[in-house]
Design a protein around this ligand. Structure first.
Ligand code: FES
Ligand code: FE2
Length: 460
């Protein structure tokens, strides 16, 4: 990849070609939890929050009526910062000269102007459409009125009882943050435990301990933790197929003549992956540029089994990534918790056994704010990363020449009821892995307590 291409793919501010592409997709901008006074007491009397997305500074607030507003942060009068505005229930008032704006960006008052002034009618603060889905506020930052239908993936089709959302900031560019999620080889190394924990001690959805869970299926009547399979079979055979949302990524780890481990994950274009966490839980994770050197990941946990315990899931994560800033406690400033003794005796990396998010965080942050891709040497296992970059370059080019952005941004495609994507992590009969995993996914979907309400037809 040359320097010019690297620039093109990594810069997302207003006016950039990649920014223009990303602005064709709904972008998550905040958790609804961020406005919960039990989580952030400041929100009790003043539900106002500054947010930065793709280099744009915005203010997010909620009127007493419950209506959400997302507006540009600089006051249209003389540019003072509306994040310090007075929350008045039905709008936000700039403390400099008292101009007041509602959630739609309408100017309600310009109190210093002479009686009878109609200045208000000529002033409008730019506001952005918001929709709330599965505990997250998504914004439309593109051309007003060109919003495609909201995608219908399982993480949005599942009811609130079966989804949980969390976010965290990484100090690096969005693309490298995303690329770790479409790199199926790294799990055998970066997340390797030198010993396995007992499956009973892990449970189904222990935060940060994804690969400690059991893989679906058995070897000679025994369940295996994913961590053991990843460690013992570290030369994956990776393939991928085009799907209505991006790529289905199939990773095989042949175990015996009869058995192969199969892990099915997805790339949802342009910035999201979907992976299995346990037989009944998936993570669908967006990577949203804050600016070119920082990224917020927004993760949706979706249960196809029992209802999720949101408080428990939040309490598991908050000690590592505390609200209201959602900046991880470990990072470059403390060597991501690097422990030489642990690296020698317990884990491949040496950055803790309890929160594997730190492993990925190190991988993507240690490259530097924006990875210099002119210096890398890609291998066979990087094939999805390469395909995705080609896909991104083509989509940027299409948008630049006035065409349609692909997948969910294409109204004709997004209108299809696209469910799933279906994931799997299991031990399959070697010759029949492809039908085996689809059958497992079909059963999981069929048995989920909420899929009766979904319109999706599951392919047999
Ligand atoms: S700068 Fe906001 S009211 Fe004057
Ligand atoms: Fe990872």
């Amino acid at each position: 990849m040359n320097a010019q291409q690297n620039e093109l793919l990594t810069r997302s501010g207003p006016g950039t070609p990649c920014g223009a592409l990303l602005r064709r997709y709904w972008q998550p901008v905040a958790l609804v939890d961020e406005f919960d006074p039990a989580i952030d007491p400041r929100m009790k009397d003043r539900p106002v929050k500054a947010v930065r997305v793709m280099g744009q500074d915005l203010v997010l607030f909620r009127e007493d009526s419950g209506r959400w507003g997302l507006v540009d942060r600089d006051c249209p009068h003389r540019g003072a910062d509306l994040a310090y505005g007075r929350h008045e229930g039905d709008g936000l008032r700039c403390p400099f000269h008292g101009w007041k704006f509602d959630a739609a960006g309408r100017c309600l008052e310009t109190p210093a102007e002479p009686v009878g002034s109609r200045l208000c009618e000529r002033v409008r603060q730019r506001s952005y459409t918001l929709v709330e889905r599965s505990g997250v506020l998504f914004a439309w930052l593109g051309e007003p009125g060109t919003e495609p239908p909201f995608p219908s993936y399982d993480c949005f089709a599942a009811p609130g009882t079966h989804t949980f959302a969390y976010k965290g900031m990484w100090q690096c560019n969005w693309l490298q943050a995303f690329e770790v999620g479409i790199d199926p080889a790294h799990t055998s190394f970066l997340h390797r435990y030198l010993q396995d924990a007992s499956l009973e001690s892990v449970g189904d959805n222990a935060a940060g301990r994804q690969f400690r869970s059991a893989s679906l299926g058995e070897v000679e009547g025994q369940q295996w933790p994913m961590s053991r399979i990843m460690r013992e079979f570290h030369k994956p055979e990776i393939s991928f197929e085009a799907e209505p949302w991006g790529y289905c990524i199939m990773t095989l780890r042949p175990m015996t003549d009869e058995l192969t481990h199969v892990r099915v994950t997805h790339e949802i274009f342009p910035q999201t992956f979907c992976i299995p966490l346990s037989p009944t839980l998936t993570i669908t994770q967006w990577h949203v540029p804050v600016d070119d050197a920082r990224t917020f990941w927004f993760a949706f946990f979706t249960s196809y089994g029992a209802a999720v315990d949101k408080d428990a899931m939040r309490n598991q994560r908050a000690p590592f990534i505390p609200p209201p800033l959602y900046i991880p406690k470990t990072g470059r400033h403390n060597d991501w918790g690097f422990n030489v003794e642990e690296q020698r005796t317990r884990t491949y990396l040496g950055m803790g056994e309890d929160d594997i998010n730190v492993h990925d965080q190190w991988a993507v942050e240690s490259m530097g704010a924006v990875q210099d891709r002119t210096r890398e040497h890609l291998g066979t296992t990087d094939k999805v990363i390469m395909a995705n970059r080609r896909q991104l370059l083509a989509a940027i080019e299409a948008v630049q020449s006035g065409g349609t952005a692909p997948f969910a941004a294409d109204p004709s495609r997004a209108a299809e009821q696209v469910g799933g994507p279906d994931t799997c992590d299991g031990i399959a009969p070697a010759g029949a892995w492809s039908t085996w995993w689809r059958e497992q996914a079909r059963l999981r979907h069929q048995q989920a307590p909420w899929t009766g309400k979904s319109k999706r037809t599951v392919p047999a």
